[in-house]
Design a protein around this ligand. Sequence first.
Ligand code: CA
Length: 222
Amino acid sequence: MKTIFVVEDEHDIASVLVDYLRAAGFEPRHFADGEAALQAALTAPPALLLLDLMLPGRSGLEVLREIRQRSGVPVVMLTARVDEVDRLLGLELGADDYICKPFSPREVVARVKAVLRRMGDEGAAPPSRLQVEEASRSALLDGHRLHLTPKEFALLATMSARPGRIYSRAQLLELVYPDALEANERTLDSHIKNLRRKLATAVPGHDWIRSVYGVGFSFEPH
Ligand code: CA
């Protein structure tokens, strides 16, 4: 059974999450403060941490930062603040996913499963349908060559390197326009739109790029 740490000082929220996780076949373990969770996670790493941002004592951010320095355990952040999401997912902190409060426990369980799926069973994962070759800047989807502009290629190569991971608009803008001042989110959205269209033309019937409202995008291979 996979152990999931639920690090949340609000007992009502924590106990609902614990119940749902247990019903889904996980072994949840509740911590009301960050320090205890951190020590436990470093001693005997769980399969995943659900980590609330606002905690007494050491904040969720501090715990996340320390875990990232010392362990590769997947972390899903719980936050009431959408404005924090960019930093949480950014390279400095590197949370694997986030969930905004208020949330439904069902959604939390689904996200936990999704993160575990893309982290864990890499050996068992089906062969990738997308082949990206950096050197020649070529991309094949199910054997169909994609005719991409350099910026579309950069976006696809980055997002597909970590399928399912959410990239914020700011991260992607930084990638395609590292030093341009005039680049804006609308420009990025139009590159994404074109990329989407090309992917859908090559292999229809699947939404390859997921939009995450107010945050950014992820590449979804399945
Ligand atoms: Ca809290």
